[in-house]
Design a protein around this ligand. Structure first.
Ligand code: SF4
Ligand code: MG
Length: 328
């Protein structure tokens, strides 16, 4: 299938003070194909959000900076665009949804006026026409009383409803890529499932690709086609969704899976991983996961392993799998 987004050798560093470098994203490469949903998983501090903000070029600078790499959308390099050109890409080619309550609904405007504004920002339509498109979008995300909903203010809605409105706004410009950063994290479980369904629906209707950022392997199992597991600013495992669950390789991925009970009895469980992600300015030498890894060996102290392809489409960064054998 056709490539939509290609990220190559991306390095996004933060310079919080002199002599301090936080390698938040450190040589990350991946591809998203047309129509594909790719999940970027890891604990907080692993570099997922910095990766997505780099794609959108919303890294606060200073202290942050994209120091190396390439980000191409349909073959077009985004990193060399002007601010104005990039503004155009955001919201038009790439839509975003963030975690509630970070979603950016303005409390003083009605849902309708915010929806109409974002439609007209990227599509030349009359207000009336934009209104009708807006009503339609609200129906698509599951509001049966869409006309009334247009007149409501954000505070009149529940968190789950606001998140559905945000999806409608993000899809208003029929983006090629939807980036969803922890879109269901603050919501309760039944609402989470509803939001994921709405996302799936919209993705199918508009043929968009999705980059879904989450720490929740349950959410991954629901929606992902392919999974990228991130740790210490790097991808440590990449595979199609089923392989991530059934042929888990990296000790970190095994730990993440151990934190959701009963998703798949075949997975060789570890106890949930002790400790936390080290801060990006203080990664240990060698493998960045070694202080938490139950399999750490001598070589793990000295050398950070390369990301190697074990078999078609399944990559892992771990000394246990070098030479193609499987010791874990
Ligand atoms: Fe564990 Fe070593 Fe593999 Fe790192 S390289 S995950 S420390 S076994
Ligand atoms: Mg985050």
């Amino acid at each position: 299938t056709e490539k939509l987004l290609e990220v190559k050798g991306l390095k996004t560093y933060f310079f919080p003070s002199k002599n301090k470098v936080a390698k938040a994203v450190d040589d990350v490469s991946f591809t998203i194909h047309k129509g594909e949903t790719v999940a970027l998983v890891g604990e907080s501090g692993s570099g997922k959000s910095v990766t997505s903000l780099s794609i959108m070029q919303l890294i606060p600078s200073p202290p942050g900076e994209i120091i190396e790499g390439s980000i191409k959308l349909e073959g077009k390099e985004l990193l060399t665009l002007t601010t104005k050109e990039m503004n155009n890409v955001r919201g038009k080619d790439i839509g975003m949804i963030f975690q509630e309550p970070m979603t950016s609904l303005d409390p003083v405007f009605t849902i309708g006026s915010q929806l109409i504004e974002s439609i007209r920002k990227h599509k030349k339509t009359s207000k009336k026409e934009a209104h009708n498109i807006g009503v339609n979008l609200l129906k698509m995300v599951g509001f049966s009383r869409a006309e009334e909903m247009m007149k409501e203010y954000p505070h009149q809605l529940s968190g789950g409803m606001r998140q559905r409105v945000m999806i409608a706004i993000a899809m208003a410009c029929e983006p090629k890529l939807l980036i969803a950063d922890e879109p269901t994290t603050a919501l309760d479980v039944t609402i989470q499932a509803q939001i994921l369904d709405v996302m799936k629906d919209m993705k199918e209707k508009f043929g968009s690709s999705v980059l879904l950022i989450t720490h929740d392997m349950g959410v991954v199992a629901e929606v992902a086609d392919r999974v990228l597991v991130m740790y210490g600013g790097q991808i440590v495992e990449e595979a199609p969704m089923r392989k991530i669950f059934k042929e888990t390789k990296h000790p970190y991925t095994k730990g993440l899976l151990a934190s959701i009970p009963d998703i798949d009895k075949d997975v060789d469980r570890l106890d949930a991983i002790a400790g936390t992600v080290p801060p990006a300015h203080a990664f240990p030498d060698g493998c960045r996961f070694r202080d938490r890894c139950p399999f750490a060996m001598d070589i793990c102290k000295r050398e950070n392993p390369e990301l190697l392809e074990l078999e078609d489409g399944h990559y892992v960064r771990c000394h246990l799998y070098e030479g193609g054998h499987d010791d874990a």
